[in-house]
Design a protein around this ligand. Structure first.
Ligand code: BV8
Ligand code: ZN
Length: 257
């Protein structure tokens, strides 16, 4: 018996004949790879800091070594781990449905390393640092840190173009999201049949609007999260559990003849 046969009939119905599937992911999809989610990323030294206070341009200008050290620690952590079955199931889904748009709030490259392409990164990427002043990309990234030495302050490199400070390639609080990615994400949400929201607390805007945009446009919204989420009476569901365990079952349900 497929696990999906225990799901509500209306949900099972919504999983048939998908034309356009949007998958919208947050930090929870990388949790089983060993990447702490955004708020509990502050282990060790960082536990004395508030992520939202560190993830700002002001924090970087005030203390570039503290902020650059935090991001290099996070980037090194990502390079040490592997995509998990949730990332793999999402990559396989793109091969099984007529059209899939993958939108992520994450700054890691685990979707790409699982085989997903054309990933819409709404909050940028750890893997594309650039100059704070002239936005020139850093051509050669530093070697990953030895994580056993713990987190530490680290002087950011200087831009080869203008000598400015190199900054992480992420979108900080108070910064605009990449315009094209956001436009494409909103358009996909408006045109999909099903929006699968995986591992996000839906706290950060404007990204958090995406499931609502899909629902308002008539799509079914399906959340996957170990925390039970409050859902609307119709066309919205929550599968309570871990992404790495549930996504392979969703893949089986979506591709079942
Ligand atoms: C902007 C990159 C215009 C950096 C990130 C008041 C009200 C509304 C909005 C605002 C407000 N005040 C300010 C704002 C705007 C602000 C905002 O939304 N603030 C919030 C906190 C209220 N937004 C911005 O500033 C955005 N820009 O609005 O520009 C503007 C311009 C000028 C002035 C004003 C506005 C920019 C936002 C982008 C910030 N950058 N990331 C970095 O990574 O360091 S956001 C960061 O936090 C992540 O990218 C992620 O998107 C977000 C949430 O992090 P987490 O909570 O850890 O992760 P997630 O939400 O995914 O939660 C984890 C979930 O996974 C949980 O639900 C958990 O249950 C689940 N889970 C755990 N394990 C599993 C699992 N699920 C499945 N399987 C598992 N195994
Ligand atoms: Zn520069």
């Amino acid at each position: 018996m497929h696990l999906s046969e225990t799901w509500p009939p209306a949900l099972q119905q919504a999983l048939t004949n998908i034309r356009h599937l949007v998958v919208f992911t947050g930090a929870g999809v990388s949790a089983e790879s060993g990447i702490p989610t955004f708020r509990d990323a502050l282990t060790g030294l960082w536990s004395t800091f508030d992520a939202e206070a560190l993830a700002t341009p002001e924090a970087f200008l005030r203390d570039p070594e503290l902020v650059w050290g935090w991001y290099e620690w996070r980037r090194s952590k990502v390079l040490q781990v592997q995509p998990n079955p949730a990332h793999q199931a999402i990559a396989e889904l793109a091969r099984q449905v007529p059209r899939l748009t993958l939108i992520t709030q994450n700054v890691d490259d685990l979707h790409e390393r699982a085989g997903s392409s054309s990933v819409l990164h709404l909050h940028g990427s750890l893997h594309h640092p650039r100059c704070f002043r002239c936005a020139h990309p850093l051509e050669t990234l530093p070697d990953p840190l030895d994580l056993s030495l713990g987190e530490r302050r680290l002087a950011p490199p200087r831009c080869g173009h203008c000598g400015g400070l190199i900054r992480p390639g992420v979108v900080w609080f108070g910064e605009m999201l990449p315009e094209q990615a956001l436009t494409d994400a909103f358009a996909a949400a408006r045109s999909c049949d099903l929006l699968l929201s995986v591992g996000t607390s839906g706290l950060v805007y404007p990204a958090a609007q995406i499931p609502d945009i899909a629902w308002q446009a008539g799509a079914t919204v399906l959340h996957v999260n170990p925390q039970p989420l409050v859902v609307r009476a119709e066309r919205e569901f929550c599968l309570t559990g871990l992404a790495g365990e549930l996504l392979p079952h969703l893949l089986a349900a979506l591709v079942r003849p």
